[in-house]
Design a protein around this ligand. Structure first.
Ligand SMILES: Nc1ncnc2c1ncn2[C@@H]1O[C@H](COP(=O)(O)OP(=O)(O)OP(=O)(O)O)[C@@H](O)[C@H]1O
Length: 288
């Protein structure tokens, strides 16, 4: 088979094809196209509220597109049954912004949690694997500590060890640097990169921390107004002549990117608005 006849899933673990998604009246994605290439670190950047977390939920099959497709290993997430979705999710590690550990469980139990939920491994093997994952994030020996005894940065690293417990093929980080001091940020940048290098982990980072995301990514999408406004290697993006991209990279408040919550006119806190919010929250598209 020549390269041109290979299916796109040979190189692309995830593909969004003309993907549209709205919360109520609010359009989050309007025929979005992007790919997550195997073994690469892909950064997805955009102003707050553009729908970066929503995209991770679409990839994880917790939300389903209104139209277009979200392909995982060449298969449409919308067409997977519950068993297939459960299996696909077991191959994904997610590190959410809150990075929440179970506060009433030790570090060991936190990292062991996905192993217990998804496998029938013996207690000895679980102990071995938890040790290896903690080693990978530089925290071997912390097994018996409780989350409250750890610093914020250590908490995040334990959450990372938990996210890689099942040797995922894809790991997704939602704002991994948010609220961390520069030293912890540096540690996380190196850790994310070294996990990619050591395990060949396909990695997605959604973030609005420009410097860190550009320093870590092989390929970056800048998303705003439901579309890809710019894409390329970090170097290509820095040289982009798109005003959107330049405004975003430089963190300027004035320019083509609107840094406001909603493009709908402000109507005051009327009961209509409250009803509208309730409708979008209850829209029932959650597939979790
Ligand atoms: N369950 C929901 N019901 C209604 N609207 C929602 C829901 N979840 C998210 N939204 C809206 O969708 C938009 C995108 O949210 P999302 O969390 O994906 O953005 P984001 O880019 O990750 O933002 P941030 O960078 O601030 O975390 C926001 O305007 C948000 O209010």
């Amino acid at each position: 088979m020549t390269n041109s006849t290979l299916p796109s899933s040979a190189t692309n673990l995830v593909e969004a094809r003309a993907l549209s998604f709205s919360w109520g009246e609010r359009v989050i994605y309007d025929r979005l196209n992007l790919v997550i290439r195997r073994g690469q670190v892909t950064g997805i950047m955009g102003p707050s509220g553009t729908g970066k977390t929503t995209l991770l939920k679409l990839i994880g099959g917790q939300l389903i597109a209104d139209s277009g497709q979200l392909l995982l290993n060449g298969r449409s997430v919308a067409e997977m049954n519950r068993t297939e979705l459960f299996a696909a999710r077991a191959r994904m590690g997610m590190l959410f912004q809150s990075g929440a550990l179970f506060t009433d469980m030790s570090v060991f139990e936190n990292v062991a949690f996905p192993l217990r939920a998804h496998t029938n491994l013996s207690e000895n093997l679980i102990r071995e694997l938890v040790g290896l994952k903690l080693e990978a994030v530089g925290l071997r020996g912390t097994e018996d500590l409780m989350p409250a005894e750890l610093s914020g940065g250590m908490n995040r690293r334990v959450a990372l060890a938990r996210a890689i417990a099942l040797d995922p093929e894809l790991i997704m980080y939602d704002e991994p640097f948010a609220g961390q001091d520069p030293i912890v940020m540096g540690v996380l940048v190196r850790l994310i990169r070294s996990l990619r290098d050591a395990l060949g982990l396909t990695t997605v980072i959604v973030s609005h921390d420009v410097t860190e995301t550009l320093s870590i990514s092989d390929y970056v999408y800048v998303v705003a107004d439901g579309k890809v406004m710019g894409e390329g290697t970090p170097e290509q993006l820095r040289q982009s002549d798109s005003p959107f991209v330049q405004q975003f990279l430089k963190g300027e408040a004035d320019g083509p990117v609107k840094f406001q919550y909603s493009q709908l006119p402000y109507l005051g806190n009327t009961s209509n608005n409250i009803q509208q919010d309730a409708v979008s929250v209850n829209k029932g598209k959650d597939n979790a």
